[in-house]
Write a protein that binds this ligand. Sequence first.
Ligand SMILES: [Zn+2]
Length: 248
Amino acid sequence: MKYILAIFLFVSQSGYAFTLSTATAYKYSTKEVKLSVANDTCSGLGLDPSALLDLVEEAMDDFWNSVPTADIKFVRGGVGTFSANGHISVGSFMTSNGVVNEIIIGCNNDVTDFGSGTIGKGGFQYNSATGMKGGFIIYDDASVAALDKTQKKALIAHELGHAFGLGHSNFKPALMYYIVNPKMTALSRDDEDGITYLYPKTKKVGGCGTIEDISKAGPKNGNKEIMFLLLLVFGVLVSKQISKNSLK
Ligand SMILES: [Zn+2]
C-alpha cells in the first residue's frame, strides 16, 4: 500500500512592521558604505576614538552585515578629522562633513535635541545632486558608559539603521523598535526585511540606474540643477529600560 504524504505549506501574509524614514525610499547608491568616527575622545563613555570604532565595527558585523538577502555592506573606515562636539544636533554634525556615501559617528553630551532619556540619535541627509550621507551621535555620558558591551552594540546598530534609511518598527522584538531591547545580539526578521527592502540583492542595479530611480523624488529640470535636501533624525529612548535591565 502506498501512502501519499501531503505537506501543506501555509505561508502567512503578515504585514511588515518596519518603516522607512519617509514614504520615498532614500538610500545609498554604493554597495559599500564606510563608517568613520570623529576624533573627539568620548570621555563620558570612557572610549577613545579607536575603541569606539572597534565597537562600531563589531556592531555592524553582528547585525546589518549578516543579512544574506541585502545588497549593502558596511565597512570600517577610520578616525576622521572631524568633530561631533560643538554640534547641538545630528543634522549639524552631518552637515559639517561633506563626504557622501559614508556614515559619521561621534559622541556628544551637549545635543539639545536628544530629549530626556534619549541616548542616541541617527539619521541621514539626501541630496539629489550629490547623494546620501548618514550620521549618528551617542550620548557621551556615564549612563551610557554603564551599559555593557552587548547593550552598546545594540544601541549603535539601531542608530546605524536610521543612518541607512530605516525608521522605527512597530514590531516590539525588532532592533528598530523605538526602545532598543538591550539583550539583542542579532536582527529580527522584521529588521532583515527592512534592509532587504531598501537594498535587495536580487534587484539588478547598474550603478547610475539606482541614482536615477531615487532622483525621481526630487525636483529636476533640464540643465537647471535643483538641489533637494532631506534631513531625518531619530532618537532612541533606551536609557531607563537598559539601566533597569542591565542590573539583572
Ligand atoms: Zn531610533
